[in-house]
Design a binder for this molecule. Structure first.
Ligand SMILES: NC(=O)CC[C@H](N)C(=O)O
Length: 356
């Protein structure tokens, strides 16, 4: 910890405030405060578009010690991050390491945050903060310097997907089979996982009507915000479900597929953000350890009898996946592409490919 950094304050909507020191771009911001209990992977986590609008508190107590990696372009994508931007509104840390060391480190986390215009605050007891968020639920918050306080901002009132989705269709890979990826703010590792398995991927905007085009299957990506904001995508998926081509949804994609299939979604008290969420596969005695980042969840009750719940969270019993009884449609709330996190469920990509 260094003391010559500028002082900052993290304030929650219930009035609780935490003093700390600032790194990154020291401009005041506001957003929804959420916590992630993962122990590694801040370069991947901070570039996950699903964190758009959120102030992210990491419970692992020392952040920045391995710096930020040097990226290279491979098949049209950088090879180390989950998008081309840092998407969080702000980062909250117990301690920040000004010394970093890693064979592939290119720069410090501080400098990277500055480059992307993102504020960080360290010296905050993130475990105390997390206990508060677990008791009261996710809250709005703001980070500022004395005298620069601004209004609270609730990102869930905006359609965040519109900001993070690709603007025009893009192609990746050159396989014989083509998967349309509905990009609601998808992580690059979803594209890498498909291209790496020999598929061509057509990444399209969240509201792009591709149904008249040639394709073999559809992947619906993860993404930020409230799934009910994605009306255009839900409408396209509803029409897609009248056909027989395979559909696979991940996280927001799971919520969108479920809404299109008649289920409801709700906001969870504090969500699941970690790399060790246990998910039981119903009808089997298997339990997978999964990587997750979501604040909304699916209530499977409204699903018609053609559908069945597939996975449930072993900690809180919430829904973690659904699948169709006879057609090749499936989705999971967790991240089989991991990045960061365990790859135990990456076999689901193979299963999707077998269906094509
Ligand atoms: N990672 C995701 O796709 C998150 C989905 C959705 N924005 C949620 O918070 O539940």
């Amino acid at each position: 910890m260094r003391d010559n950094q500028e002082n900052g304050i993290l304030m929650l909507e219930d009035g609780t405030s935490f003093d700390g020191k600032l790194i990154g771009r020291t401009e005041p911001i506001s957003g929804e405060v959420v916590f992630n209990t993962g122990m590694v992977g801040y370069p991947e986590t901070l570039t996950d578009p699903s964190y758009r609008g959120q102030i992210l508190a990491l419970t692992y107590p020392l952040i920045g010690n391995y710096g930020v990696p040097q990226a290279q372009m491979v098949d049209g994508l950088n090879d180390v991050f989950e998008s081309d931007q840092v998407h969080i509104q702000g980062l909250v840390m117990t301690d920040y390491s000004f010394e970093y060391s890693h064979w592939n480190a290119q720069q410090s986390l501080d400098k990277w945050l500055q480059e992307h215009g993102v504020i960080g605050i360290y010296g905050v007891d993130t475990r105390k903060l997390t206990k508060k968020l677990r008791q009261r639920g996710s809250m709005l918050g703001k980070i500022f310097m004395t005298g620069q306080e601004q209004e609270f901002y609730d990102p869930n009132r905006d359609n965040l997907v519109e900001f993070v989705s690709v603007k025009e269709p893009l192609m990746y890979g050159n396989g014989k089979k083509t998967v349309v990826l509905i990009d609601c703010g998808g992580k690059f590792n979803i594209i890498r996982s498909l291209v790496g398995r020999g598929l061509q991927v057509k990444r399209v905007p969240w509201d792009y009507d591709f149904l008249h085009e040639d394709f073999d299957g559809v992947m619906i990506s993860n993404g930020p915000g409230d799934p009910q904001m994605c009306e255009a995508t839900i409408g396209i998926v509803r029409r897609l479900l009248q056909g027989n081509r395979p559909v696979f949804g991940i996280c927001l994609g799971h919520q969108i597929l479920s809404l299109a299939a008649g289920a409801e979604t709700y906001k969870m008290k504090f969500g699941h953000r970690s790399q060790n969420q246990p998910c039981r596969e119903l009808g089997t005695d298997r339990c997978y350890i999964t990587s997750q980042n979501h604040g909304f969840a699916v209530k499977p009750n409204g699903l018609t009898s053609d559908w069945m719940p597939w996975f449930v969270n072993a900690n809180d019993g919430s829904n973690e996946g659904i699948r169709h009884q006879s057609k090749p449609f499936m989705s999971v709330q967790f991240h089989p592409e991991a990045a960061p996190g365990p790859t135990d469920t990456s076999y689901l990509f193979d299963r999707f490919i077998d269906m094509l």
